[in-house]
Write a protein that binds this ligand. Structure first.
Ligand code: GAL
Length: 408
């Protein structure tokens, strides 16, 4: 968890932690990851951001029910992912059992499947997970087979204790060897999952170490965290957003950069901030894993999470991650190329007060566009006519997200 986290990152400093460094080599051309899953960025819900260790069978069922009732499932949210703290003990044969919070994982999977959803689970390549529960070290095949027997559809594999227990222990002064051990551990679980014959989305969580985007697809990764943990405030959201600039070419069908799960509806985020966070994750072709308390979700949060036109940007079949084109003061302009030649444009005001960079004059020429453009504002639903230098008024931390169907 957080303490463990900062310690690990501090200890690994100098080991090309690299979430902020530039990519070093060209993306792999033939990822082995795909398995037909995650052809667009995975969508669903994960228990961690809101419930953390307070998640149990009942909570997962309630989340699944709410995904159906709220219309989220029909909008594309399919995976119901149990994060850390489900794990119990291993028996004499090494078989892992879920703990008392999850009395029957197979029955839970059956229930989730009966609702037209899929079930995800969590583990670590180390002996312990980040919250100190049983990890998969030495039991990779056994665990993969267990997941398959339960009917699991998605695995998040979180580095955690592998850093100390294996990397630092086996190669105390050799960072390159430490990284080799880490890659091998991710590949080992990939092979184990493959051998079960059950398609499972394979999600890497190792906070971006060693430029994960360069090697993850070749060892089975469908998505990989590029950053430290997110939190429900604009500092964390913006930090994770910024880290994606420069990683665009590493994302594509079956393999995605993951700036971490959504905080929409969590903490004290304002409506503008929730909208901005969701819009920018869509621009990034990021996995959309809601992390809020679904049974108590407010209608305005539901409206954000189920905005079909914004989801369509995220899920665009071209699978091309958006880029930051320019920034001026505290305002940033990002574009994303979409199937059929369309273009999404996001203008984000990161200023703390409305007037800091305002009005903002959007330059179409800097986006490679020529003359007036017909655009649709995906939050108001209104058609807009954008011209060179169009003045925009954006509230603090708000966003304008438009789709230009036929850019000129
Ligand atoms: C962190 C991870 C979080 C969550 C947590 C569980 O390492 O980044 O997303 O999974 O562990 O303990």
């Amino acid at each position: 968890m957080r303490l463990f986290f900062s310690l690990s990152i501090a200890v690994l400093a100098g080991a090309s932690v690299a979430a902020s460094s530039q990519p070093r080599v060209a993306p792999m051309s033939a990822p082995v990851a795909a398995q037909g899953v995650a052809q667009t960025p995975p969508m669903g819900w994960n228990s961690w951001n809101y419930f953390a260790e307070k998640i149990d069978d009942k909570g997962v069922r309630a989340a699944a029910d709410q995904m159906v009732a709220s219309g989220m499932r029909d909008a594309g949210y399919i995976y119901v992912n149990i994060d850390d703290t489900w794990e119990g003990e291993r028996d004499a044969s090494g078989t892992l059992h879920s703990n008392a919070k999850f009395p029957n994982m197979k029955a839970l999977a059956d229930y989730v499947h009966s609702r037209g959803l899929k079930l995800g689970i969590y583990s670590s390549p180390g002996p312990r997970t980040c919250a100190g529960y049983e990890g998969s070290l030495g039991h990779e095949l056994q665990d993969a087979q267990l997941y398959a027997s339960w009917g699991i559809d998605y695995l998040k594999y979180d580095l955690c204790s592998f850093i100390r227990a294996v990397m630092q222990k086996q190669a105390p002064n050799d960072k390159a060897e430490q990284m080799r051990l880490m890659v091998a551990a991710y590949e080992k679980m990939h092979q184990a999952l493959q051998s079960t014959g059950r398609p499972m989305v394979y999600s890497f969580c190792q906070y971006g170490f060693d430029a994960v985007w360069e090697w993850a697809p070749s060892v089975g990764g469908n998505l990989w965290r590029t950053t430290d943990d997110i939190a429900p405030d604009m500092y964390h959201i913006y930090t994770n957003l910024s880290t994606q600039a420069g990683l665009e070419d590493y994302a594509g069908r079956g393999h995605w950069n993951d700036p971490d799960m959504l905080e929409v509806g969590n903490g004290k985020l304002t409506l503008a901030e929730n909208r901005a966070h969701f819009s920018m994750w869509a621009m990034l072709a990021a996995p959309l894993l809601a992390g809020n308390d679904l049974p108590h979700m407010k209608p305005e949060i539901r409206a954000i999470l189920t905005n079909r036109e914004v989801i369509a940007i995220d899920q665009d079949p071209l699978g091309k991650q958006g880029s930051r084109v320019y920034s001026e003061g505290e305002v940033e302009v990002w574009t994303r190329h979409l199937a059929g030649g369309a273009l999404a444009v996001a203008v984000l005001n990161m200023g703390n007060n409305r007037y800091s960079t305002h009005p903002f004059h959007l330059s179409l020429a800097r986006l490679g566009l020529h003359g007036a453009q017909q655009a649709k504002d995906l939050w108001s639903g209104k058609e807009l006519q954008l011209t060179e230098g169009t003045p925009l008024e954006l509230a603090s931390h708000d966003v304008l997200l438009v789709r230009i169907a036929t850019p000129k």
